[in-house]
Ligand binder design. Sequence first.
Ligand SMILES: Cc1cc2nc3c(=O)[nH]c(=O)nc-3n(C[C@H](O)[C@H](O)[C@H](O)COP(=O)(O)O)c2cc1C
Length: 273
Amino acid sequence: MTTNAQSKLAARYGAHDIAPLDAWNETLDQLLDHRSVRSFTDQPLPEGTLETLVAAAQSASTSSNLQVWSVVAVQDAGRKKRLSELAGNQAYIHQAPLFLVWLADLSRVSRIAEQQGVELEALPYLESLLLGTIDAALAAQNAVVALESLGLGSVYIGGIRNDIEGVARELGLPAQVYPVFGLCVGYPSTERPAKVKPRLPQQAVLHHETYTTAGEEQVLSEYDARLGAFYQREGMKASGWSEQVVSRLRNVSSLHGREALLGELARMGFGLR
Ligand SMILES: Cc1cc2nc3c(=O)[nH]c(=O)nc-3n(C[C@H](O)[C@H](O)[C@H](O)COP(=O)(O)O)c2cc1C
């Protein structure tokens, strides 16, 4: 057990909830240190960074080794600007030197089947869409871990699902490919460094043997207070988590166009049986 480990866990939960494992290590330090970065310097990424991140991404597990994901690396200023507009004008998309768009990609397996003159009966099901989405997410998160180990920072951009057809046009995506999320990548600006944001106490997310909601109200109200205190320390509006989740989900308008995803995916060639 180290003081370092203790402080990492305390920052992750906004409280001294958990005793660190004796066998603590640098990988755990790095994972617990994650924070989304929304302000970048203009320092370019060293040559080979992109390829290294993609190698880390491709090292993630992939369902049945189908590898039904792809990624588009965007560095062109005009294209980043247009993507930023499509994703609700999030300025850090064009500020970051690299914007990665992670794709669920069923088109490659379809092309292989076409060459073989085979119809993929199992493809037009929701399961395939989930498969591509899960594969893309696992790959992207491996890239995030890798880039953080290199001193880089990133933030996921779900905002690109506001208009997946617009993003598909911008990136020239074929049918059966959809953008799951984007990822801004760059060196974190030191002006206002991002902080580790406390997560729910483990009692809320960890169940032993069977699921239980016993004690949940108490645990959530503790978290509301911890997150509120975090926001206050950061000089932000100190709302609790319960308030945030309800306001984020109470109106369809908060989906910013994503309420149309089902129809868009169907038009983009996904069978959703
Ligand atoms: C799939 C996904 C999509 C996200 N989309 C956005 C986004 O569009 N804009 C943004 O600023 N942050 C986005 N985030 C970042 C989350 O807001 C952030 O991870 C969360 O608040 C926790 O903060 P942390 O990453 O600093 O711990 C996204 C995160 C994920 C996992």
